[in-house]
Design a protein around this ligand. Structure first.
Ligand SMILES: *[C@@H]1O[C@H](CO)[C@@H](O)[C@H](O)[C@H]1NC(C)=O
Ligand SMILES: *[C@@H]1O[C@H](CO)[C@@H](O)[C@H](O)[C@H]1NC(C)=O
Ligand SMILES: *[C@@H]1O[C@H](CO)[C@@H](O)[C@H](O)[C@H]1NC(C)=O
Ligand SMILES: [Cu+2]
Length: 230
């Protein structure tokens, strides 16, 4: 009995880090988690993270190709992403959106250019150096509100979880990225006044990306990227 429990514990320790990489596989629309990769672009690197924030893989992940569907989403409603398994690396997350230009659709466009604005984030919680905690721990989905004033049309929605467990050296942070394809309806007529390019938004040396989260305990944490547009 005791031996069996020890064996199980050892097996769990050995197996879980390999098996547990997490992927944002599904869009959540109208309160429903949709089929994996119905509206989320599939990519070719299985569950490996992106570590080069300047690579073309940083937009929608390695080798991303069109998903079959474009999810109709009412402006002002909740939308989100679900994971194939819960987040197990300490880290933070951001969501960006970009309006698809005329002549393209959410299924054809590659998201290039200075076109992205931030619509959601979860940061780390610090208190001056005695502890740092990560509210994305164990998360299995994330939802946010599609801004109600956005003009109708196709958009790409991009989520990234930035795992920081080995981020003290350059390119040590791991980005778990997916892009969803949506069409916003019932919206307004206002777009943000400033945008970032992805890749381009980070250089990898930001204080919230190249960071030792263990020692000394960071007294503050600076969320990477622009402020959430509201
Ligand atoms: C969400 O609900 C709206 C009705 O409000 C519907 O038109 C739309 O197709 C639904 N989206 C999805 C992805 O099911
Ligand atoms: C994205 O598409 C544009 C044309 O719409 C093209 O000029 C550009 O090279 C593409 N970028 C990438 C990274 O594929
Ligand atoms: C996450 O799950 C692990 C394993 O079940 C647990 O040890 C840890 O306390 C959980 N963290 C949070 C923030 O709930
Ligand atoms: Cu990992």
């Amino acid at each position: 009995m005791k031996l069996f429990a020890v064996a199980l514990a050892i097996a769990a320790t050995v197996v879980s880090p390999v098996a547990a990489h997490y992927r944002w596989t599904s869009l959540i629309v109208n309160g429903t988690t949709t089929t994996a990769y119905q509206y989320v672009r599939p990519y070719t690197s299985y569950n490996s993270p992106v570590t080069d924030v300047t690579s073309s893989a940083f937009t929608c992940n390695q080798g991303a190709t069109a998903a079959p569907g474009i999810a109709w989403t009412k402006a002002g409603s909740q939308i989100g992403f679900a994971l194939d398994q819960a987040i197990y690396h300490a880290g933070v997350l951001n969501v960006y959106m970009a309006k698809v230009p005329a002549g393209q659709t959410a299924a054809t466009w590659n998201g290039s250019g200075s076109v992205w604005f931030k619509t959601g984030q979860i940061s780390a919680v610090t208190n001056g150096g005695s502890s740092i905690t990560f509210p994305t721990d164990n998360l299995s989905k994330y939802t946010f509100t599609v801004p109600s004033k956005l003009p109708d049309g196709d958009y790409l929605v991009r989520i990234e979880h930035i795992a920081l467990h080995s981020a003290s050296s350059f390119q040590g942070a791991q980005f778990y990225i997916s892009c969803g394809q949506i069409h916003v309806f019932g919206g307004g007529s206002t777009l943000p006044s400033s945008y970032v390019a992805i890749p381009g938004v980070y250089n990898g040396h930001e204080p919230g990306i190249q960071i030792n989260i263990y020692y000394p305990i960071p007294p503050t944490y600076t969320q990477p990227g622009p402020a959430v547009w509201s």
